[in-house]
Design a protein around this ligand. Structure first.
Ligand code: ZN
Length: 188
């Protein structure tokens, strides 16, 4: 796991970036900007310094239930690794337990653990699915994510309404078309 970035060094790099962009980092409005950006970036990448096990903090419980559990509409905020610009949207996570369930609020924490890194949406979706699979040994896991990418909206193709949908299905969600169809209909 990575150590936290050095705040002063990071702020110094942001200051250099401002100069390179043609700004005057000593003008009043920008005086504290390097420190603020450094702090924001450190927060937005804190997932590098977390593991799913750690954010879970033991919240895995024995259970005989084996129906489908779905947590819908988890807000996702991440940074694309190609432009370091935000992408954001919603994520739906479902699984069928096989003896172990995870605290529902912890599912959102697991999403954040991977979202707060430089990502591509496809990998983020898969990492969440695999983490839930590894933690619960679920019979099946499904993750669907629907995001808007600022790198597409503000630059490049400048498409403001394009949403990117990704999904990752494991175990019975992959093998059993009926299970997958049930999941997809519940998250739509
Ligand atoms: Zn991008």
């Amino acid at each position: 796991m990575l150590t936290a970035p050095d705040p002063q060094r990071l702020a110094g790099l942001v200051r250099q970036l401002l100069v390179e962009l043609g700004e005057d980092p000593d003008r009043e409005g920008l005086l504290k900007t390097p420190e603020r950006v450094a702090k924001a970036l450190t927060f937005l990448t804190q997932g590098y310094r977390q593991t799913p096990q750690e954010v879970l903090n033991g919240a895995v419980f024995e259970s005989t239930a084996n129906n489908m559990v779905i947590v819908r509409d988890i807000e996702v905020y991440s940074l694309c690794e190609h432009h370091m610009l935000p992408f954001y949207g919603r994520c739906h996570v479902g699984y069928i337990a096989d003896g172990k369930v995870v605290g529902l609020s912890k599912i959102a924490r697991i999403v954040d653990c991977f979202a707060r890194r430089l990502q591509i949406q496809e990998r983020l979706t898969e990492e969440i699915a695999h983490a839930i699979q590894e933690i619960t040994h679920a019979e099946g896991v499904g993750v669907v994510m629907n995001c808007a990418h600022l790198c597409m909206m503000m630059r490049g193709v400048e498409k403001q309404n394009a949403m990117t949908v990704t999904s990752s299905v494991l175990g019975s969600f992959r093998k059993d078309p009926g299970v997958r169809a049930e999941f997809m209909s519940l998250v739509r």
